[in-house]
Ligand binder design. Structure first.
Ligand code: MN
Length: 742
């Protein structure tokens, strides 16, 4: 534990005329009052106010503020009273300690109305004397640093309150150092998995780029030396929380060095800032659109600096901040830097430490408090203030008045998932302020959002690219995965039903139980999904269930096929071929009104397949073609990229087939065959013997030894198609066979 004289020495280093007597008196008084009290960690309680005081010495606070820090928990937790503190330390300090005692009781993650009222009290207390905020933030910081010792249930609540209220407030007051540390610790408790993942990735990227960072630092230093600019150059790694938030907000991965590392150039004067900038821009090219001059136009929280990004010495993008020492101090300490014993000039009990009136932070607080005086509705106040406090967030409400905080750019889908995963999973529409709005609508502050739900809904995979919150994205991914699995196992069940029926048996799921081990599947669902996916052949299941079962489907097609007649097909070279199977459907390219067994489509819209086709077993998506209907694509089709920026055209569709479905479905395959007489006939024979149809066939490319052809087939389902492809590949005339867009 820090001793009395050490604390005095710390203050003396930046304030030589320190009022030692005041510090000593507060130290002894608080130590005696807390007596043998212990913290949750087992440490003497007094170590806490002492650490809070130490944090404030790092911010170069005056002795009155530090004395208040030492006393901040005495009224609440010991026999000390306001009157006693007034007596010993004067009414000004008594008032501050009492103010902090009241703040301690404010619950800022409570119900909306209470929360608004408490936030109002907090801001009022700050506006009266900014030292209240400084001590409160230092208090919170030490509590966060020692959060491990708290009971688990309390930890999350404290971390959330820190992330929602105290960290943004520190940022708003310009105290970036404080904000960053509060956010980092809160992040670790709120989302430990993400914290660990991001931290590990940052460390890995740092390890890989160590050399590059040194090179850049050296090149910058050499440049400033050449131009006789006195500058300190330092590399700076972005914090896991800010990296994570950026990734979450923009759905980006972090790869570029400039996303993670920045360089800070600190010089003596404002002129030097611009000279340094000139030297940098004439040496390396700047990245357009990244230059910002916060010196001529400071940010609302008084932050001043020049920002630019260049293509640096190692051809890497490098982000630079150029600022003076003074600006650097304000960027780090904000209002704390402004309020350092400026007004008291060494007096300990002088005028209060209001925020210096020239600062933007003061203007913000002023404006906020004026609003406070105007409206007496605390909820209005919350909307007007808290909203501004968190500029990168939007605050929306449920019809019942529950407050939902979302990142800027959030949609009703994000809102639904923020309320509850079930609400998100069953969301089919939204009313924003009473009007039905598209689910892609960007929500604004104060919007009231009502989610329209349907039990039958499965979240469309396309939503994943629309939402901005990690929670929604993860839930959609999970739901989509489950839905696909369900779809496959449903399909698998139907395939098995048919296979059993052909063998004159009745399929029951129970019949699979005794053969799970033989099929190397962990449960019945797993068998069904594997069959649906085509990983497990229905014949293998049949053989497992009925050891004397004979597979009839792989035997060559019955002569009946050929009796159906042959179609004539001309290839690109003008040669005439005959292929077996049904004649080409004339209506192939016409919309198949109502005939397409697909769910998720309004009955009145014509549906057609993409040119490359889609078959049951494919995961599919519908794209609305304005005026003409809906085109069905397999989800892996590259053609879908063309619609990436039109999420409103995507609709979730599913196959709707049962054992009576006698439809065949279009699929396009590319086959590369050896140029030899009879090879085309071979291919046609494989297709025919597999009970598939050739719709059209065209030669794409002819090399001396090989011919590539595109064949539009009609098949029963994905498994059928895959079996056909593998038999084509096995054929001695064929060098390659694969699905186009599959
Ligand atoms: Mn405390």
């Amino acid at each position: 534990m820090m001793r009395q004289y050490e604390l005095v020495e710390r203050v003396q280093r930046y304030k030589p005329d320190v009022n030692e007597a005041l510090l000593n008196k507060a130290y002894v008084y608080a130590m005696q009052k807390h007596g043998h009290q212990k913290r949750a960690s087992g440490d003497p309680y007094f170590s806490h106010p002492l650490e809070v005081a130490a944090i404030l010495t790092e911010m170069h606070m005056d002795e009155a503020t530090i004395a208040v820090a030492l006393l901040h928990d005495t009224i609440e937790d010991t026999t000390a009273t306001r009157a006693e503190i007034d007596d010993l330390f004067g009414p000004e300090m008594g008032k501050l300690v009492e103010g902090l005692t009241k703040l301690k009781k404010l619950d800022l993650v409570s119900k909306k109305a209470e929360q608004a009222e408490n936030l109002r009290k907090l801001l009022l207390a700050i506006s009266e004397d900014v030292r209240v905020l400084l001590v409160k933030l230092a208090d919170r910081l030490h509590n966060m640093r020692t959060l491990d010792h708290m009971p688990e249930a309390k930890r999350l609540r404290i971390a959330e309150e820190t992330m929602d209220i105290y960290a943004p407030l520190a940022g708003r007051m310009g105290m970036q150092g404080m904000r960053e540390e509060l956010e980092e610790i809160a992040f670790r408790y709120i989302n430990p998995e993400a914290y660990r993942a991001v931290t590990a990735r940052l460390a890995e990227i740092f390890e890989r780029n160590k050399g590059v960072l040194t090179d850049i630092e050296k090149a910058l230093s050499a440049l400033f030396e050449k131009h006789a600019i006195n500058a300190g150059v330092k590399s700076r790694q972005k914090k896991p929380w800010s990296v994570f938030r950026k990734m979450e907000a923009k759905a980006l991965s972090f790869e570029q060095l400039s996303d993670i590392f920045g360089f800070r150039v600190v010089v003596d004067t404002v002129e030097d800032c611009y000279r340094a900038l000139g030297a940098i821009h004439t040496t390396w090219s700047m990245v357009p659109g990244r230059f910002k001059d916060y010196i001529s136009t400071p940010k609302q929280n008084d932050y001043r600096s020049i920002h630019t990004t260049i293509v640096g010495p190692s051809r890497q993008r490098v982000e630079l901040q150029i600022r003076t020492r003074e600006m650097n101090k304000i960027a780090e300490y904000g209002v704390a830097a402004h309020s350092i014993y400026k007004d008291t000039g060494g007096k300990t009990n002088g005028a209060g430490h209001a925020i210096s009136k020239e600062t933007n932070a003061y203007a913000w607080l002023r404006r906020t408090i004026e609003q406070l005086a105007e409206g007496d509705n605390p909820e209005d106040f919350l909307e007007n203030t808290k909203l501004e406090l968190f500029q990168d967030q939007v605050f929306c409400f449920t019809p019942k008045g529950m407050l939902i905080a979302l990142p800027r750019g959030a949609t009703p889908i994000d809102f639904a998932y923020a309320v509850h995963t079930d609400v998100g999973d069953t969301c089919v529409g939204a009313k924003v302020n009473g009007r039905i709005m598209p689910l892609m609508t960007e929500l604004k502050n104060g919007d009231e959002v009502e989610i329209i739900r349907s039990k039958a809904q499965v979240p469309p995979a396309a939503w994943e690219s629309v939402v901005v919150t990690g929670k929604a994205r993860a839930a959609i991914r999970r739901a989509t995965k489950n839905a696909i699995r369900k779809q496959y196992s449903g399909l698998g069940a139907r395939i098995l039903e048919r296979a059993f029926e052909r063998a004159g048996k009745t399929f029951t799921k129970e019949s699979l139980k005794p053969v799970l081990h033989r099929l190397a599947r962990k449960d019945i669902e797993d068998v069904l999904a594997s069959v649906g996916r085509g990983e497990l052949a229905s014949t293998d299941v049949m053989k497992a269930v009925f050891p004397d079962y004979k597979d009839e489907r792989v035997t060559p097609a019955a002569p009946k096929q050929r009796e159906e007649g042959w179609s004539k097909i001309r290839n690109a070279a003008g040669m005439l071929f005959q292929i077996p199977g049904r004649a080409a459907r004339k209506d192939k390219d016409q919309p198949r009104d109502g005939a397409v067994p697909i769910r998720g489509v309004r009955g009145d819209l014509p549906v057609r397949f993409a040119p490359e086709g889609a078959v049951p077993g494919d995961r599919i998506v519908g794209i609305v073609q304005p005026g003409t209907g809906i085109t069905i694509y397999p989800i892996q089709s590259p053609a879908l990229q063309a619609f990436d920026d039109q999420p409103e055209r995507w609709i979730d569709v599913r196959w709707d087939i049962d054992e009576r479905t006698k439809e065949r479905f279009p699929a396009r395959v590319s086959v590369t065959a050896i140029n030899a007489p009879g090879s085309l006939a071979d291919i046609a024979q494989v297709v025919a013997s597999n009970d598939a149809n050739i719709h059209t066939l065209s030669m794409v490319r002819t090399a001396p030894d090989f011919t590539e052809m595109l064949i539009d087939l009609e098949v029963w389902d994905l498994k059928h198609l895959n079996r056909l492809l593998s038999q084509l590949k096995d054929n001695s005339s064929v060098s390659d066979a694969r699905r186009v867009n599959g």
